[in-house]
Each structure stands twice: as C-alpha cells, then as structure tokens.
Design a protein around this ligand. Sequence first.
Ligand SMILES: [Zn+2]
Length: 272
Amino acid sequence: MTVTGRDLEAGFRSLRLGKAPVIFHASLKAFGQVGGGAETVVEALVNSFPAALASAFTYKTMVTPGTGPEGNAIVYGSGQDANRMAEFFTPDMPADSLMGVIPETLRRNPRANRSDHPIFSFAGIGADPFLAAQTLAEPFAPLGALEQAGGWVLLMGVDHTVNTGIHVAEKLAGRRAFVRWALTPEGVRECPSFPGCSAGFDAIVPEVEKQTRRVKIGEATVQAVPLKALFKAVKALIKKDPLALLCQREDCARCNQIRALTRPHEPTKAGK
Ligand SMILES: [Zn+2]
C-alpha cells in the first residue's frame, strides 16, 4: 500500500495537536512506499501544522584544533584527514544525510528558511521566530522557543535517540556540554554548547508515556510528545539520577566524560 498525502494528513490530524508548532525527526523509509516521496511528507506537514521545523545539521564543517579546553571529550591534534576534508558552512549547504531526506527536502522548499549556525542549523516553514532564537552560543534555542510556544516533537519512524529536544533539557538540568569548532567563511568559529551523546535517549520513553500520542501511518509509528512534558521529564530524571540517559558504550568519550564529572547518587545542584 502506497502512503498518500491524504493518509499522512489524516494521521497527523488524529494526533489532535491543534495549532501547535512542531519539530520533526523522520525516516522516509520507515513509512514504506510514499507516493511522491519526501516532498509529499513535507507538504502534509505544512498543511497540518502552522510551523514545521527540522534539523539541517552540517557536521562536515567541523575541525579539530591542536589545543583547547580540558575535559572536552576530544583528542586535540587528531583527525587531520577530517580537517582537510572539512567544508566551509554556507547557507545552501545540504543537511547531512544522517538527518534523512525529509529535513533536506524541507530545507530546499522555496517557502523554507534556515538559521545560520555552522553545525546546528535548523530549517523551517512558518518557523521564523523559532529560527531567529538561535545564536552561536545557544544552538538549540529554537527548541527552547518552541517549548515556550507549546510545541511538540514528532518522531516519525525514529526513536528518541534522534530527539534533539532532549539536549535542551539536559542543559537545563545542568549537564555538561562540550566545545567544538567549525569552518566558516570568516574563519574557524568556536561553537560552545555542543551536546553530549544521544545513544541512550530512548530511556526517556516510560517517563513521557502518559503524554505520548501515537499513530501508525503506512508502516511507520509516528509519536508526538509535548516539549514541555519532555523537558520536565528529562530534568526530573537527571535530578534523580545524574547518569540517566547516558549510553552504555565503553568507548563513548562524551558519556564517559560526564560520568567522570558526576558522582553517582548525588543529585545535581543545578537541576530544578
Ligand atoms: Zn554515549
């Protein structure tokens, strides 16, 4: 069965999000066959929500300097090959394929605008006030603004390991972020607030279960979670367990750095 724009809009409508703006993360493949592909999904989103926002991140701009701050989960002076291959950020640089084809399709839409962070830009339609909230120091401010506006996150055939909003709440909970660097036409820019790893984020599922709405569209499960409830749940979880939502990979530099800075069973003072 081919998924149509009408199927998508009916599915989105059944989530009953009213006039809420959304950030989405999506896998096109997860739907099965979609007639018209990613463009059909973007159209359905734009027809269903007053504002639709997606990550248009560009990790290929990143470079590793020879020196930098301590405890930053990075090997300074490494990655010389990656440095040579790094590209200057430009506003028309495609979003990484890691984001999936739908965010890039949204970005290319003539009605879309894009913020200008060299690593963490967002693209959106009807989303200019959210895009405008971004600064170099606060790359995820658009999601904070979206939360304030009663926004929701849509996970379309993907899980919470790609849910960027959780990084915002981690920071509000006082969790350590990192510094990274990006190539821009103005030179190498220092980019603070580079988040930790998200591989362990699916542990948030039971904490937001009550507020989560789900619908099956084609073969994909689409989950909608209100950002306010998500932020609250993440902050409460980290307050209870400062190691919550970290991944279990032994070689994960960022998760290990956070563990090294955190004594277990001691509530973080910044958590509120
Ligand atoms: Zn990790």
